[in-house]
Design a protein. Structure first.
Length: 171
């Protein structure tokens, strides 16, 4: 059972104590994963997420304290996408491959995938890191997120900005 929405995301012992109130005793300080086969370590937890209608669901292994990027390019600005770029090996599409549609533009490198039912783009293959996946932090279930730190990606200086994040999709 997930924590109620009104319980704040807090780190460390406080989060374990809150989880114990709602879920029962926690026997370990290791992250708890709802994702079978995930690579849960002291560095990564298994986050789950998906689209608005629930037909698309995914898992992603990433820190509980997420470092996200906010991009000012036209499509990201218009859709409000908040970026979490991960290596392909740390992303798993659990359901919904059959309802995904794809949109490309400009160079065609980025593969913008969205739910054909509700229209939400919960993840895509980014132009900056085509060997990985870019997950929309807004589409993650909040139960495994301790905090989100946001940095800016300046599309007006694309080459410089891409160079700074090029290895996010590499382990």
């Amino acid at each position: 059972m997930p924590l109620p929405a009104y319980v704040p995301n807090v780190a460390g012992v406080a989060k374990i104590a809150l989880a114990a109130l709602y879920l029962g005793p926690v026997e370990s300080s290791e992250p708890i994963s709802a994702c079978p086969g995930a690579h849960v370590t002291s560095t990564f937890v298994c986050h789950t997420g998906g689209c608005h209608c629930g037909r698309v669901r995914f898992e992603v292994d990433a820190p509980a304290r997420i470092h996200a990027l906010e991009c000012n390019c036209s499509i990201c600005r218009m859709t409000g996408f908040l970026h979490l770029i991960v290596p392909a090996a740390r992303f798993r599409l659990v359901q919904g491959a059959d309802v995904l549609s794809e949109y490309t533009f400009n160079t065609g490198t980025a593969k913008h995938r969205f739910c054909s039912v509700c229209g939400i783009k919960s993840f895509y293959v980014p132009r900056s890191n085509p060997d990985g996946y870019d997950v929309n932090v807004h589409c993650l279930d909040r139960t495994t997120i301790d905090a989100v730190d946001v940095s800016q990606f300046d599309d007006t200086r694309r080459e410089e900005s891409e160079a700074a994040i090029r290895d996010l999709s590499r382990d």
